[in-house]
Design a binder for this molecule. Sequence first.
Ligand code: NDP
Length: 328
Amino acid sequence: MATFKAWVVEKGEAGQSLSFRDFDDADLMDGNVTVRVTHSGLNYKDGLAMTGAAPVVRRFPMIPGIDFSGIVETSDDPEYRPGDAVVLTGWGVGETHLGAYATRARVKGGWLVPLPDGLTAQQAMAIGTAGYTAMLSLMALEAHGLTPTAGPAIVTGASGGVGSVAVALLARAGWHVVATTGRTAEAEYLRSLGAAEIIDRAELAQPGKPLAKERWAAGVDVVGSATLANVLAMTKSDGAVAACGLAQGMDLPTSVAPFILRGVSLLGINSVTTPREKRRAAWARLARDLDLDTLSAMTTSVGLEEVGHLGDDILAGRIRGRTVVDIG
Ligand code: NDP
């Protein structure tokens, strides 16, 4: 029987386990495109899936890994032919559908996008779900009508994956970027990505006043909880904050004050089920607007055998920037 190598999450009496083993081709889930996976990425959600810290895996056994780039092996989808280079993020891959930490994946063609012109498969996963989410956040702020003339933009969790790409994209688009981090030793790294100011995340981590001094016009928040509440309380009139993460917590202990007294908007970002046209537009802009040297400077590569050990590290905030899983 044909097999391929994969990380596999299983659930038994003793709880969840993770192993690197052979997986039967015959056990791949339904889909009309089979892909030879060449690269994946490490995202916060992969940490949750591999460690079981939150119940993001909803089918066992599960191959974790929420994004990949690779080459189509077989396809019943008229849009894709063997040899095509493709990218996938989201759609429950690595959560409800067998995922990316493997040499092979079978998915629905409608979930894929062609590898954008100007990016290699490695660069696409250096961007990955995190970078794509950062672009969706920037697009949401722009769609709200915000431009760099409105004032600074804050990025929380700036040393992480979404945060690092958000800093680079906003700076490249002309924003004065305020980066918050718990790792002040990474100040130079953040400045190299384009941050103009660095603030210690402890300043925003505790519950604060419903309204505080106005400090920024826009924000990309990956942290949630009291941090997002404080970011909102410090947003200028008619500004907006794109909320995409929950690294501090899923709660949001805020009040209506920023919304009704300053006209601040909270923009929700969901990268998982973004419709096809917006998805392609976001990737095209990433290929056009993200400086590839800056991307390279924020990226570390690991082999497929190593990724299983990195779940705890990303949840603990020990991973800087983006990690590409080089599958070959
Ligand atoms: P990372 O772990 O790479 O980045 C998260 C960063 O948040 C850390 O690097 C750290 O930055 C900061 N952080 C960690 N713990 C805390 C804490 N307790 N309090 C305050 N800050 C903290 O993860 P990703 O960039 O991959 O993902 C970030 C978030 O975005 C996650 O919650 C993830 O689930 C979410 N996400 C959502 C998506 C969507 O579709 N909405 C898509 C992709 C990600 P520093 O050390 O600089 O402070």
